[in-house]
Design a protein around this ligand. Structure first.
Ligand SMILES: *[C@@H]1O[C@H](CO)[C@@H](O)[C@H](O)[C@H]1NC(C)=O
Ligand SMILES: *[C@@H]1O[C@H](CO)[C@@H](O)[C@H](O)[C@H]1NC(C)=O
Length: 295
């Protein structure tokens, strides 16, 4: 009896050891740097398929629903990146998003919206900045590559000095902190959100090009679920803490563009920007103050 118990304990401890080794090896293979979807994100709606041990997800949209996910944390600053592969072929009316939002009616929000189009016509990237629920700051671009052919990295830097939208390390838009000149600046804790949804009412040709459902389900893939932001959960968040230079994205080299970034920024805007609210005179006879200051 005693012998049997000992033997069983021995077998269990060997099994435990093997199990621990197994877990260590699968965690390693699965999540270099702890970057599975489940570590930092959760599904909020629709059909989201986890791939490659949770390091990639695929959002789908059919006629019944789109889909989306949120970060588990809210943030007060950070450098948020996502690798995204957009739905291919005819995607008129289909909108893929990656954005930061504080939610509600008086939200701060920083948007990437990918507006699909008929096959052969370019997908547009629309960026927007909301402060206290007020947006209307659209800038649109076409891309210098086919964003549905492969993954590309889309980034949003948000620190006390500036907001920068990046495409594969190229800055395409800057919104500087000009509070000292009375320009608003996003400051509310924000969640990272991604989604795939039906935007046929507005997204393509001002809403004239509708979704062709014979191409459904539409699928967008996402990778890189890192957590490179200052956590700002709960009611007691102190904005000063998230502005601290102990976070790398708040250090001096992220307070302005470098020389080569400035060159790339000017080049992209000259060649690929298709709409800028700052130069939409019928809409803004007097351009908003930030337009001049962000130059
Ligand atoms: C600018 O140079 C840095 C350092 O060499 C590099 O990491 C970065 O990708 C460059 N940016 C652009 C837009 O070329
Ligand atoms: C939708 O796409 C299919 C397949 O290409 C095509 O036959 C059909 O005419 C399209 N429908 C509309 C409304 O454009």
């Amino acid at each position: 009896m005693k012998f049997q118990t000992n033997k069983r304990e021995y077998i269990f401890s060997v099994l435990d050891f093997v199990l621990v080794l197994f877990l260590i090896s699968t965690v390693d293979a699965r999540a270099p740097g702890g970057r599975t979807f489940d570590d930092n994100y959760y599904v909020t709606w629709g059909n989201v398929l986890k791939l490659n041990q949770g390091t990639e997800v695929q959002l789908s949209m059919d006629q019944t629903a789109g889909s989306g996910f949120n970060s588990k944390h809210k943030f007060g600053s950070g450098f948020f990146e996502m690798r995204i592969k957009l739905p291919p072929k005819d995607t008129a009316g289909v909108v893929t998003t990656f954005y930061l939002t504080s939610k509600g009616d008086t939200q701060d929000e920083l948007d990437f919206e990918f507006l699909g189009d008929r096959e052969g016509k370019p997908i547009h990237i629309q960026t927007n900045v909301f402060i206290n629920g007020q947006g209307n700051r659209e800038q649109k671009f076409v891309l210098w590559f086919d964003p549905s052919a492969d993954f590309h990295t889309y980034g949003i830097l948000w620190n006390p000095y500036q907001i920068v939208f990046y495409v594969d390390k190229v800055p395409i838009r800057i919104f500087k902190n000009n509070k000292k000149y009375g320009v608003g600046y996003p400051s509310k804790p924000m969640t990272v959100v991604a989604s795939l949804w039906n935007g046929e009412g507005w997204a393509t040709d001002g809403g004239r090009s509708k979704i062709n459902w014979s191409y459904a389900p539409f699928k967008a893939n996402f990778q890189r679920f890192s957590d490179s932001g200052c956590h700002a959960d709960g009611p007691n968040i102190n904005a000063k803490v998230c502005g601290s230079t102990t976070y790398w994205w708040n250090t001096v080299q992220y307070s302005m563009l470098s020389a080569n970034e400035t060159t790339a920024f000017k080049n992209v805007r000259a060649k690929y920007m298709t709409y800028d609210y700052c130069s939409d005179q019928p809409r803004y006879p007097v351009p908003p103050t930030e337009c001049r200051l962000n130059q």
